[in-house]
Design a protein around this ligand. Structure first.
Ligand SMILES: [Mg+2]
Length: 249
């Protein structure tokens, strides 16, 4: 763990950086359900300052849908990679993976809803490009949920059964934060910049590794194994460091 000050001095100059930020557990604290998070009052201003400091080379990279992120940070007009890269909102508009709107997805959602109905503490999150079953409030259900969600996905091709923190997610198997990050880093205004990825979860690791391998860096938020060379204790520390960084131009 390093301090806010140590993180600021370890980052490349903000004016030449491309900044990629996971949302939950990275910018905001995790909550018992995805809807229960509290968005810090100064987050919109922080994102605006980062966007200005990087000339727009700022992206939110989340497992959440773009629509959900737009609800939490309504004023944010930068790039959003949602659904682990299955959705992209940028200057060109909105792109979605073909699983969006498909019969397959409708069947997966129906199955996950039925599963959520079997226990009051289970929570089904529908996404445009997948479905998640959360069991954070019923951790003893883990084995059963993992088994049932795997069985739900089994009849279909092209699906990834992802075991996340207290959740199982069904999503396309040809996406990922690393692929989406790589695509983004090849485009203006991200190309040619020193990439900085901040994340807290296993799903962030491939993207963090990519940024390190391509001459940038990464910061892990919280405990647990990570390829990131930098690490801070919590979202609050990260936000404070990012604020200070924008002042360091
Ligand atoms: Mg996260």
């Amino acid at each position: 763990m390093i301090s806010e000050k140590a993180l600021v001095t370890s980052l490349p100059p903000v004016g030449g950086a491309a900044v990629l930020l996971d949302f939950d557990g990275t910018l905001v604290d995790l909550a018992p359900t995805p809807e229960a998070i509290t968005v810090p009052a100064d987050l919109p201003d922080l994102l605006r300052a980062l966007g200005d400091a990087t000339q727009g080379a700022l992206a939110l990279v989340s497992g959440r849908s773009i629509a959900a992120l737009e609800r939490f940070v309504p004023g944010f007009d930068g790039v959003i990679l949602g659904g682990h890269g299955a959705e992209r909102r940028d200057g060109q508009g909105l792109w979605r993976h073909p699983l969006a709107g498909s019969d397959t997805l409708a069947r997966l959602i129906a199955g996950a809803r039925r599963l959520a109905d079997t226990h009051p503490a289970l929570n089904c999150e529908e996404k445009p490009t997948g479905v998640v079953l959360h069991y954070r409030r019923a951790p003893e259900q883990e084995t059963r949920i993992r088994h049932e969600m795997t069985a739900l996905a089994a009849p279909f091709d092209g699906l990834d059964v992802h075991f996340a923190k207290m959740a199982v997610e069904l999503r396309p198997d040809d996406i990922g934060k690393d692929r989406a990050t790589r695509d983004l880093l090849n485009k203006a205004p991200f190309a040619g910049r020193s990439a900085v990825f901040c994340g807290d979860d296993a799903t962030d690791e491939p993207a963090m590794r990519l940024c390190v391998e391509t001459g940038g860096t990464a910061c892990k938020v919280g405990e647990g194994p990570s390829a990131a060379p930098l690490r801070v204790a919590d979202p609050q520390t990260l936000r404070a460091a990012l604020w200070a960084w924008t002042q360091n131009r």
